[in-house]
Ligand binder design. Structure first.
Ligand SMILES: NC(=O)c1ccc[n+]([C@@H]2O[C@H](COP(=O)([O-])OP(=O)(O)OC[C@H]3O[C@@H](n4cnc5c(N)ncnc54)[C@H](OP(=O)(O)O)[C@@H]3O)[C@@H](O)[C@H]2O)c1
Length: 249
């Protein structure tokens, strides 16, 4: 793999050896950067052209203070945190557990921002080197952008977990639920990607089949009463999604 242009920084210190720091260090190394790390809090911070803080959001200010004097460009990888303590940000729009291969960045979006044009260029350079697609996000819209990402990933898991629990309460073997539900989830996501949610929606709410929805709700309340509120809220949101289509039918 060839080294990046010598006009732009090539040494990168990755600070924080958690879920994202490890895979990011591997990927940047594979992309040709001279990478130090991932460094944990006991490690000495080396001098580098770029330092990337891969620490929990609440630790960014303290970690930035410690790293500032060692790097020309200091950045973080947080979606929601503004640029108060750093020069730039690059937020990969993906979920990382730490076990991923370096090519996990290929083709994904990466939200970039910087306090100066040079700092933005550093963030974009990193994104391109990782094989990601950079797009700009400013501090005013950061929290909303990150809320969108959380809904698409973290909150989606809460919904999928609810589906599993209701399936188990209905008598499906716990070690079978994900295998049985996965094709349905996968196809639903593929349809959403292709057409958006309103056109992808099927099922009793889309059909206006209120009796079936009532039966479902009774079953949820009987087997997993703690999920009734979630079920009701999701049914309301789904009905709003279905309404324009039903009104025009
Ligand atoms: N994981 C994802 O899916 C994902 C996706 C996009 C962006 N991000 C962003 O990546 C950043 C890190 O998230 P993560 O999921 O990788 O968190 P994580 O798994 O909790 O890892 C954070 C790491 O930072 C270390 N750390 C804390 N304070 C430090 C300091 N002052 N100096 C050096 N290391 C320090 C922690 O070490 P200790 O264990 O010793 O505290 C831990 O190893 C966050 O800004 C997050 O928003 C994460």
């Amino acid at each position: 793999m060839s080294a990046p242009s010598n006009i732009l920084p090539t040494t990168v210190a990755v600070i924080g050896a958690g879920r994202l720091g490890g895979v990011l260090a591997r990927a940047l190394r594979q992309a040709g950067f001279d990478v130090q790390g991932p460094l944990d809090r006991e490690d000495r911070i080396p001098a580098s052209e770029i330092a990337l803080l891969c620490v929990p959001d609440a630790e960014i200010a303290a970690a930035a203070l410690a790293a500032r004097q060692h790097a020309t460009f200091l950045g973080h990888v947080s979606g929601a945190t503004p640029l108060d303590d750093v020069d730039f940000s690059i937020h990969p729009l993906q979920t990382f557990t730490g076990a991923e291969d370096p090519d996990v960045f290929h083709g994904i979006g990466a939200a970039v921002a910087g306090r100066t044009p040079e700092a933005v260029a550093v963030a974009e350079r990193l994104a391109h080197a990782l094989g990601a697609r950079p797009f700009r996000i400013d501090d005013a819209h950061r929290a909303g952008y990150h809320a969108s990402a959380s809904i698409a990933s973290n909150l989606l898991l809460a919904v999928l977990d609810a589906a599993e629990r209701v399936a188990v309460a209905a008598g499906i073997r716990p070690d079978d639920t994900r295998d049985l539900l996965a094709p349905l989830v996968t196809r639903t996501v593929q349809n959403w990607v292709r057409t958006g949610a309103p056109a992808a929606l099927t099922g009793p709410i889309a059909r206006g089949d209120a009796l079936t929805v009532r039966r479902q709700r009774d079953a949820v309340t009987a087997g997993t009463p703690e999920l009734t509120d979630l079920f009701d809220q999701l049914c309301d949101s789904t009905a709003a999604l279905a309404e324009p289509r039903r009104a025009s039918a």
